[in-house]
Design a protein around this ligand. Structure first.
Ligand SMILES: *[C@@H]1O[C@H](CO)[C@@H](O)[C@H](O)[C@H]1NC(C)=O
Ligand SMILES: *[C@@H]1O[C@H](CO)[C@@H](O)[C@H](O)[C@H]1NC(C)=O
Ligand SMILES: *[C@@H]1O[C@H](CO)[C@@H](O)[C@H](O)[C@H]1NC(C)=O
Ligand SMILES: CC(=O)N[C@H]1CO[C@H](CO)[C@@H](O)[C@@H]1O
Length: 861
């Protein structure tokens, strides 16, 4: 370029003024040609000569100019070539550098794995020694005559249950002659649940426990005849199905001298061994829905149903706090109680003579107004008589089913599975002596407390008592958690990856990223999985049952896993941490170089749901080139088989791209926990979502601090329509939001398991029926599990690619359906779990004036 202007200027000057000396290059040539002309003397007059000489000079200059022009073009070409070479070299260097980095990373991973292997205590990696069976020695100290006192330490044979193996249960087949009086229906449901249970094994050799069902009506079940009873019934769980009221069968199990664990509904006090035997719920499973949890306040405060049966020898017992006393106290407070409903009339039942006076269910208790009452009063059996009864446990479950909070008189009663379940967060238990003070107690409960109790009770019933499968699973867990064997890993969906995809270089124009450095490009790095098998089983099992409601399987990670304090990484626990500025902190540059935060370094997996838009998809994926912290792209192919993913040329973007063909076209596939997803963080994306790298990286960083939330871009909310008294979906710009769209959002993989395996199946069905609302469903689910709002990042309110067809209008049927989804999902949860939020996350130095020697965290956001 410069050469060109230079020459032109020279030429112009020469032609106009004739001063040729200006250009050193031209001068010698011109002088020579001038002299040449002198040697051919065309004898002409002075004037003519001068003219033609001028002409000649002009021509010759033109010739020279053309020569120079040619040279110039050559030089230009040469320069272009050099430039090209330089660029290739530069590219080669970049590639080599990232190769080197990748190798270094791989080496450090290998080193780390080796170190873990070396450092791990020996017991971690080698099989534990065989466990001794202390049974024989013990059975010499048989306590004849009485029911044998047992603890796990004394009676359980741990040698069958290695911590290395999974917990297996052998179920004796359900024989009808062992289960007299138990309805066929119950038996067949139980059999089905046993067959489908993961712990159930037909191979007695690998079993840790043996489970046998017998009916309480059998006067003397012949347990020692069982095939694996082996003299003392070690590791046997005897499930006694009580299908008789307390009046018509004897509940004292004939004293079988054994090490077996008993599980039953009606437990005579002298036979119950604390921390060993198990109190069962009613073995009846209903499919009718649980009642809606709102309004919190109901027409009646308290309901009570029961009748008092006086027995002959009652006066002789002479106890102050007999049921009789309670009855009289309740009657004194009758005004309070009967505001809700009358007691059902006292009716005498003939067959309870051998017992003391007792409360029994009214015959018409099924019409009791449980659904219209806040609390339901129930009376525990006398402690020295029964620790639990069928009447109490059925009434307990029934009350919760209808949203009435059980108020149990009797402070030491045993409730179903109470060695696992913290009933005290769902029921109110008061000592019998406090019966006159019950109105006072109940008046102090505010709406928040009432709702919390009601919701907790509902979650217990929904998770542990609704189906026969849940019953069998919980029964097994009740023993498994006692002997501390870890659960099976969570079922992942096996990913059938489409093989041999065709990869090619991508169209350069597609990648239109700025040159902002957002983070190091590292090799794909899965999150470390299953680090807490035993700490969860030994230390956190109570939370698993009562807070997370997820005790039966083991997740690789949880969003609520604990976090180290910030100084730990400088005091020996540095592994995996990437502190900003190596701990010194910093702005823009240092921030971009390291992930920082409170968790070790990690990456995310982009899960792209696509339907029949190959071009849009390929463009979207090409945009990922050079995106830091991206571990893998998993494309969920919801579209038709042909043209399938094999027909496309996929772009090379530096991380693996895997494609899974979904068996059915469903929006629920967005949340399937494919085992190809190896990171905790999942970035869910529509194929037409277009977000800049800085926006994605920022959202990822925000998610890392809010791992139990959905972190996304466009916000939406549920708005109340007071005319129709229902919820509407609303996408208008608003300062309060309650959902973020999952067409572009980060969330924890844990929620994919929750969505696919544990969320109400009706919700997934609705999503399939409408081909809509899967994002609303996820927002409901996470809000329900965490009672937290989603988080919106950056100012984006929409994220579609400009050319892609979309535009949901407010009058679209698609949009209108979303109103119905909110109402339907609320019905299924029993309340609307969404909560409002008024904040949005922006990077720390966004819109802050920073000194010249500092940079912002991100250039634009
Ligand atoms: C760049 O790398 C390619 C092969 O990877 C090689 O053929 C070429 O000579 C290299 N170019 C430069 C300028 O180093
Ligand atoms: C933890 O559980 C996972 C999944 O069941 C298993 O693969 C892993 O070996 C377990 N770790 C230990 C130390 O038992
Ligand atoms: C959104 O806002 C527009 C105009 O402000 C209003 O007409 C429309 O009804 C609103 N949409 C919803 C769903 O509230
Ligand atoms: C728990 C249980 O099996 N209850 C059953 C007892 O028997 C009656 C009638 O025989 C059934 O209706 C119950 O379901």
């Amino acid at each position: 370029m410069r050469l060109y202007t230079h020459t032109t200027r020279c030429y112009r000057v020469a032609a106009a003024v004739g001063v040729l000396t200006i250009c050193g290059v031209l001068l010698p040539l011109l002088v020579m040609s001038y002299l040449d002309r002198k040697t051919f003397p065309p004898a002409k007059p002075q004037e003519l000569t001068t003219l033609s000489e001028n002409e000649r000079i002009r021509l010759s200059v033109r010739g020279e100019k053309m020569d120079l022009e040619k040279k110039r073009t050559n030089i230009k070409l040469e320069m272009e070539n050099l430039q090209l070479e330089g660029e290739t070299a530069k590219e080669n260097i970049t590639r080599k550098r990232s190769d080197l980095q990748r190798l270094t990373e791989m080496m450090s991973t290998q080193k780390r794995l080796r170190r873990i292997a070396e450092e791990a205590p020996e017991g971690m990696l080698s099989e534990p020694l065989g466990l001794p069976d202390l049974g024989e020695e013990r059975s010499q100290h048989v306590n004849h005559g009485k029911f044998r006192p047992c603890t796990y330490d004394e009676c359980f044979d741990y040698s069958r249950c290695s911590l290395r193996k999974h917990f297996r249960a052998f179920f004796y087949s359900l024989e009808e002659d062992q289960l007299v009086g138990v309805p066929r229906m119950t038996i067949s449901e139980l059999s089905r649940a046993i067959r489908s249970n993961r712990h159930s094994t037909p191979n007695a050799d690998e079993a840790c426990i043996f489970v046998v069902f017998v009916s309480a009506k059998l006067k003397a079940p012949n347990l020692p005849a069982l095939k694996y009873w082996n003299g003392d019934g070690a590791n046997h769980l005897v499930v006694v199905v009580d299908n008789c009221t307390r009046s018509n069968c004897d509940h004292r199990i004939p004293s079988v001298e054994s090490r077996a664990i008993y599980a039953r509904q009606i437990f005579p006090a002298e036979q119950f061994r604390d921390d060993f035997d198990i109190v069962l719920p009613p073995l009846q499973w209903k499919s009718d829905p649980l009642s809606y949890m709102l309004p919190v306040r109901r027409q009646n405060t308290l309901t009570f149903s029961g009748t008092y049966v006086r027995s002959e020898n009652e006066e002789a017992a002479g106890m102050r706090l007999t049921s009789r006393y309670i009855y009289e106290e309740i009657l004194k407070n009758a005004q309070y109680a009967t505001q809700s409903r009358e007691f059902c009339s006292s009716r005498s039942l003939g067959r309870v003579q051998e017992l003391r006076g007792a409360w029994v269910d009214c015959e018409d208790s099924r019409t009791e107004p449980l659904s219209e009452s806040i609390f339901a009063l129930m009376i525990a059996p006398d402690e020295d008589c029964f620790v639990s009864t069928d009447i109490l446990s059925s009434r307990l479950i029934r009350a919760i089913w209808h949203g009435a909070i059980p108020v149990i008189l009797g402070d030491s009663v045993r409730l179903p599975f109470d060695s696992l379940l913290q009933w005290r967060k769902a029921v109110i238990m008061v000592a019998k002596a406090r019966v006159p003070e019950i109105p006072l107690i109940l008046r102090t409960y505010n709406d928040e407390d009432i709702f919390a109790l009601r919701r907790q009770g509902r979650r217990l019933v929904e998770t542990y008592f609704k189906t026969a499968d849940q019953f069998i699973e919980t029964l097994i867990s009740a023993v498994r958690y006692k002997v501390k064997v870890q659960a099976f890993p969570e079922r992942s969906q096996k990913t059938e990856i489409v093989p041999n995809l065709d990869f090619g270089p991508m169209n350069q124009q597609l990648s239109s990223e700025t040159d902002e450095a957002l983070g190091p490009l590292e090799t794909p790095y899965p999150s470390l999985a299953f680090q807490r098998n035993f700490s969860l089983t030994l230390n956190y099992w109570r939370d698993l049952f009562n807070v997370h409601f997820h005790p039966h399987s083991m997740s690789a990670w949880r969003p609520t896993d604990p976090v180290l304090p910030s100084d730990a990484k400088f005091r020996g626990s540095s592994f995996g941490f990437r502190p900003i500025g190596f701990g010194a902190g910093g702005s823009g540059k240092e921030f971009a170089e390291a992930l920082g935060g409170n968790y070790p370094r990690e990456q995310f997996t982009a899960v792209v749901l696509t339907y029949d838009r190959p071009q849009v998809l390929i463009e979207g994926i090409s945009n990922f080139k050079g995106l830091p912290y991206l571990s893998k792209v998993l494309v969920v192919w919801n579209g038709p088989d042909s043209p399938g993913p094999e027909t496309l040329t996929w772009p090379e973007i530096g991380v693996p791209i895997q494609v899974v063909k979904a068996p059915v076209n469903s929006l629920n596939n967005r949340f399937v926990p494919w085992d190809a997803i190896e990171t905790e963080a999942v970035l869910s994306l529509d194929d037409d979502a277009r977000l800049r790298h800085d926006e994605l990286i920022f959202a990822f960083r925000v998610w890392r601090e809010n791992r139990d939330r959905v972190v996304g871009f466009p916000g939406r909310f549920h708005a109340y329509d007071s005319v129709h008294r229902q919820w509407n979906y609303n996408s208008n710009h608003s300062c309060e939001l309650s959902m973020v769209l999952t067409g572009a959002a980060f969330f924890h993989k844990f929620y994919m398991y929750e969505y696919t395996y544990r969320m109400a199946p009706e919700i997934r069905q609705t999503v399939d029926d409408l081909m809509n609302c899967e994002d609303i469903a996820l927002n409901f689910l996470v809000a329900h599990l965490t009672r937290k709002t989603p988080l919106k990042v950056t100012s984006k309110w929409t994220f579609r690619c400009p050319g892609c067809p979309v535009a949901l209008s407010e009058h679209d049927s698609h949009f209108l359906e979303r109103h119905d989804c909110i109402n339907k999902f609320s019905q299924l949860y029993g309340y609307n779990p969404l909560l409002y939020t008024q904040l949005r996350a922006d990077s720390v130095l966004f819109k802050t004036r920073v000194p010249h020697d500092r940079q912002k965290c991100f250039k634009f956001i």
